[in-house]
Design a protein around this ligand. Structure first.
Ligand SMILES: [Zn+2]
Length: 602
């Protein structure tokens, strides 16, 4: 349970509009009264993730994920309640009294905050080194050679890590960062003697890696002279800020352009991406060296429908593109490929030919399957039966990745014709391809969602009016709930919690703040209750449903007395007393008013 006072949680929820917060992570489309997007919590092709501005809640009709603005940040960022509340609080400058958090909560949230601040300072330090540092001459020469201007360096906060052991360490220590913070940041390595820190990045051109809200969470360091070091790029290790395979380089800047173009141009290197972006081709991202992960492909699918892969003309480039295919096709993205002329990359090509020519190349980029077929058909042994089978097998591997049946069949029949195979034979090969297991890239599996607490229909109506109507709520609170709701059922306990809570029904932030204190099974149950509108005659519904529960209590007690009556060898006076009880239960039940409202459908 959170250790933040309820009224502060309410303030945080009220000050953070859910549409704005979720819209900051990925685009939402207005549809009627709600906002929609592809669900970030499960794999889908048509949007069933809905955000209601009026109710300040989100709900996915596909996987059942639902919650408030704080719940969303928890689920999306995989952080705990307190961390999510803190993050949102910082956004709107609300101070959380530290004493209200447990030590562990505080330390974790604080470490995140400190590491973000350390990364921001490190980015600034590296950048200043590049612009003015005495030891950065070679780096500035390199920048000049790559035609990266000071303005570009400033815009992307490109920097230089001095070639010393404590170039960054000394100033960060002086700035007051503690040893454990420095050690957790990934910016420093530890000596084998156990514990002595030194700079991880030395003598490298530094590219800050940002999360999609633009905060620096890691670095990629490029060596200036490729002969100097076997590792052309060194990236930060995984930290509490940075998960490899979950970040796309450049996304914080290219988001808008991706949405507008519905297309992402994928560059291999940071410099390619920066050059393209600065030349006006802004719908670009880079997966950072490696092939796409499922997670990156899923992030991309939220912005675009089509991906254009730019890769080197050599075999290595071809392989790199192919490695990304299963992930991209698996997300239902259309994939085209732009094979660079030999020896060129997007950076050199744009400088040589200009952005317009590059755009024309993008527009003319071939569909991945056409490209593959041509490649296969062009190979030397394609004329032989063995060569044809090899080509068909290779194509089948990729065709099997297409999740949509109709699209798969269309590609399949086209490919069969082109390689002069029968559709049937190719289909057999496709079926033989083993099913790919998505998420094998260290991505946490989508969290199991708690089964919602099952609500009896009568109690569901009571929950609804108690959450939505102040008058009905007050009336219900005045009833003797111990007598009616002490049956130990989870839905009764939930109803008691609703009636005990101190929220205001007309303020979504207040209701949501309280909801977020429930366990997930309870919150999930009430989320679907809150999908309904309050009945107009809430007061009448409250009374009717309450009387129904009272009748049930009386019935249960009567049944228990009747069971006692059936016991053999009962003394006459006991029998008379029990009969009297049965009669009084019957009178009590009859005295309860019959339902007046037409019974709401369950
Ligand atoms: Zn979903």
């Amino acid at each position: 349970m959170p250790h933040i006072p309820q009224e502060i949680i309410e303030q945080i929820a009220a000050a953070n509009d859910i549409v704005e917060v979720i819209g900051g992570y990925f685009p939402l489309k207005r549809m009627g009264g709600a906002f929609k997007a592809l669900c970030p919590f499960h794999n889908e092709r048509t949007p069933s993730f809905t955000v209601s501005s009026q109710r300040q809640r989100f709900k996915c009709f596909g996987c059942g994920a639902s919650g408030s603005v704080i719940g969303f940040v928890m689920d999306y960022e995989h952080i705990e309640f307190v961390a999510a509340a803190r993050k949102l609080a910082e956004k709107v400058n609300i101070k959380i009294p530290e004493a209200e958090m447990t030590q562990a909560d505080y330390e974790r949230a604080d470490m995140r905050r400190r590491l973000l601040s350390l990364h921001a300072e490190a980015a600034e330090f590296f950048h200043m080194q590049l612009m003015r540092g005495n030891s950065a001459d070679a780096a500035r020469v390199y920048m000049k050679k790559r035609e990266l201007t000071a303005e570009v360096a400033k815009s992307w906060k490109i920097g230089f890590a001095p070639d010393t052991w404590d170039g960054l360490l000394a100033p960060m220590r002086a700035a007051g960062y503690k040893e454990n913070e420095l050690a957790e940041s990934g910016l420093f390595s530890t000596g084998e003697d156990g514990g002595r820190l030194y700079d991880r990045f030395r003598g490298r051109l530094m590219f800050p890696i940002c999360n999609d809200t633009g905060e620096v969470i890691a670095f990629s360091g490029r060596v200036l002279n490729a002969e100097q070091s076997p590792a052309k790029y060194v990236n930060s290790p995984e930290t509490i800020l940075f998960t490899k395979g979950a970040v796309l380089f450049g996304l914080h800047k290219s988001k808008r352009a991706l949405i507008d173009a519905k297309q992402a141009i994928v560059c291999e290197g940071q410099v390619d991406l920066i050059t393209a972006f600065e030349s006006g081709v802004q719908n670009v991202i880079a997966p950072q060296g490696t092939a796409f992960t499922d997670r990156q492909a899923r992030i991309l699918k939220r912005y675009v429908e089509e991906v254009v892969l730019c890769f080197d003309a050599d075999a290595a480039g071809e392989k790199a593109a192919e490695r990304s295919l299963p992930q991209l096709l698996g997300e239902g993205l259309l994939v085209r490929v732009l094979a660079m002329p030999p020896g060129e990359d997007p950076d050199s090509l744009i400088r040589k030919e200009g952005a317009e020519a590059f755009r024309a190349r993008i527009a003319a980029a071939k569909d991945f399957f056409d490209h593959q077929i041509e490649r296969q058909a062009g190979s030397a042994d394609f004329g032989t039966p063995r060569g044809k089978i090899a080509a068909a097998r290779k194509l089948a591997e990729f065709i099997a990745c297409i999740p949509d049946g109709i699209a798969r069949e269309a590609v399949l029949s086209n490919a069969a014709t082109r390689i002069e195979a029968s559709t049937h034979d190719l289909r057999v090969l496709v079926r033989r391809v083993p099913q790919r297991q998505p998420g094998g890239d260290g991505e946490p599996a989508v969290q199991e969602r708690a089964q919602p607490v099952a609500l009896d229909p009568t109690k569901e109506w009571l929950a609804l009016v108690a959450l939505r109507s102040q008058a009905a709520r007050a009336w219900l609170q005045a009833q003797a709930s111990e007598r009616v709701l002490d049956d130990g059922q989870p839905d009764s306990e939930l109803l008691v919690k609703i009636l005990d809570a101190e929220f205001r029904v007309d303020e979504p932030a207040s209701v949501n703040a309280w909801l977020s204190t429930l366990d997930s099974a309870e919150e999930a149950a009430l989320s679907s209750v809150l999908e309904m509108d309050a009945p107009q005659d809430a007061q009448v519904v409250a009374e009717d449903c309450w009387h129904e529960l009272e009748r049930r209590v009386i019935l249960r007690r009567r049944q228990s007395v009747e069971a006692q009556l059936r016991a053999p060898g009962l003394a006459l006076e006991d029998m008379a007393r029990l009969h009297e009880q049965v009669l009084s239960f019957q009178r009590e039940a009859a005295a309860l008013q019959a339902p007046r409202a037409p019974r709401p459908p369950a």
